[in-house]
Design a protein around this ligand. Structure first.
Ligand SMILES: Nc1ncnc2c1ncn2[C@@H]1O[C@H](COP(=O)(O)OP(=O)(O)OP(=O)(O)O)[C@@H](O)[C@H]1O
Ligand SMILES: [Mg+2]
Length: 258
């Protein structure tokens, strides 16, 4: 175990987080997420000058947690930690099959979950480079991804499903544009796009949770893209938008330009 001030500070912080967790479930989550390996990984990110302090959990889910943290300049950043568990493994394995970037990868559950975090990072990078509105990727290490924090000092940005949209038509059109950019410029399909993976920040839609995004040559791209379109249409229809025909959207996203 490293013995220095940074490590002590981190341990203290984690203990405090555990104690302030409201429910037994939350405490359980905290102790599961922060196994030895993960604590050491956060410590490494601190030593590397990526993270200075861990602030508070933004979200605790079955497969991982997202934390608000700060970089050495005091700027807020988001840290997503995948839990090394069966639940995580079961969800991700079907996406990994058929992705050429994972060819030849075998071995432990842990290794595959780490490859998954690196995949989320690389997907974010491709999307960010293509000009899509996603959090800027900052670093990945083992089972964690560090990225731009979306929100204010007071709170992380809400999911799009939890806000009253001022102009849902504009957001709808913007998301269709982003889906097209994703396909054409990044060569990816999100594959889990819905109101649960879109944040609303400064009147704009920010797409998150891109670990499962697949290359367009993936076997199931067509199904994934149709599902994404259907989810977006369903949500915006419920917000009073006169949505477009799914096949027309699909064609528009995938059409070849002369
Ligand atoms: N960069 C970010 N800035 C602010 N909040 C974020 C960021 N990334 C994720 N979040 C918050 O964390 C939540 C979970 O993130 P994400 O959707 O990426 O993970 P997940 O694997 O779906 O986790 P879960 O199983 O808990 O839904 C999001 O709904 C959002 O509230
Ligand atoms: Mg999600």
């Amino acid at each position: 175990m490293p013995r220095d001030e940074a490590y002590d500070k981190l341990e203290h912080k984690l203990m405090a987080l555990r104690q302030t967790s409201r429910t037994g479930d939350e405490r359980q989550t905290m102790s599961e997420v922060f196994d030895k390996g993960t604590i050491l990984s956060i410590y490494k990110l601190m030593k590397d000058g990526i993270i200075d302090t861990l602030e508070h959990p933004i979200s605790t889910g079955k497969e991982g947690n997202v934390f608000a943290a700060r970089d050495p300049q005091g700027k807020m950043i988001a840290l997503k930690i995948y839990r090394v568990s069966n639940a995580t493994f079961n969800r991700i394995s079907r996406y990994i099959e058929g992705d050429k970037r994972f060819r030849g990868l075998s071995g432990s559950r842990r290794k595959i979950i780490m490859a998954w975090a690196s995949k989320e990072f690389r997907n974010l990078q491709r999307m960010y480079d293509a000009g899509i509105n996603v959090p800027k990727p900052l670093r990945f290490h083992r089972n964690m991804v560090v990225m731009e924090y979306i929100g204010t000092e007071d709170s992380a940005a809400p999911l799009i499903k939890d806000v009253v949209l001022e102009d849902p038509d504009r957001i709808y059109e913007d998301l269709l544009r982003q889906m097209k950019l994703m396909y054409k410029e990044a060569g990816l399909v999100h594959a889990d796009l819905s109101e649960y993976n879109i944040l609303y920040s400064q009147q704009n839609a920010v797409i998150i949770d891109v670990g499962q995004a697949v290359l367009i040559e993936h076997l199931n791209t067509k199904d994934f893209l149709y599902r994404d379109i259907d989810n977006i249409n369903r949500f915006f229809r419920s917000r009073g938008v006169e949505v477009k025909n799914r096949d027309d959207i699909f064609k528009n996203i995938t059409e070849m330009e002369e």
